[in-house]
Design a protein around this ligand. Structure first.
Ligand code: FMN
Length: 166
């Protein structure tokens, strides 16, 4: 099973990108193949529902999604929702998401936005018939110290449960 992580934050000090890297390391340690796309490196255009789909980086994103059976979306939480960059990436990925298993890694400032992924999860389920893993990682700022993940409960077991239950 080829797994893909899309790290959607554009922040240079992104916490969700740290979560993405932790999950990537865990999956590699399990001996599975993992492809990590960091949207700070793969610059995407805004979705205009038209010419954007011919952009080479959009085609790279769509190809990676099509190749994967399971996809983790690592996302910042903005305004009690997933960030705009995340939703832009989903719009650009479009039908490539059809039928995929989707997990979430969320980085938020506080504890109260834990339902922020629900709108996007509903859209993935209804638009693209995705199977959304009903357990996901939600890490507030308190889970990080000096730019590192410092919450032991988020290391190992729970991270791996997102995509590689064994
Ligand atoms: C514009 C903006 C809106 C935010 N809204 C929320 C929010 O509604 N709830 C929350 O818990 N944190 C909120 N935060 C804090 C971010 O979720 C937090 O900084 C998180 O680390 C962002 O993910 P990242 O580090 O991967 O970019 C917001 C931050 C910004 C910049």
């Amino acid at each position: 099973m080829r797994q893909l992580i899309i790290s959607c934050s554009l922040s240079p000090k992104s916490h969700s990108a740290l979560l993405a890297q932790c999950l990537s390391d865990e999956i590699t340690n399990l001996g599975d193949e993992i492809h990590l796309i960091d949207l700070r490196k793969l610059e995407l255009p805004f979705c205009d529902g038209d010419a954007c789909y011919a952009h080479p980086n959009v085609q790279t994103l769509q190809a990676a999604i099509k190749e994967a059976s399971a996809i983790t979306i690592a996302t910042p939480i903005y305004n009690f929702e997933t960030g705009g960059g995340t939703r832009n990436a989903i719009a650009l990925g479009g039908n490539a998401f059809n039928g995929k298993v989707i997990g979430f890694l969320c980085a938020a400032g506080g504890e109260n936005s834990y339902m922020a992924v629900m709108g996007l999860a509903n859209s993935l389920m209804l638009d693209f018939r995705c199977i959304v893993v009903p357990r996901f990682v939600y890490a507030s700022g308190a889970a990080f110290t000096n730019g590192r993940l410092s919450e032991p409960k988020l290391e190992g077991r729970q991270m791996v449960m997102v995509l590689a239950p064994r």
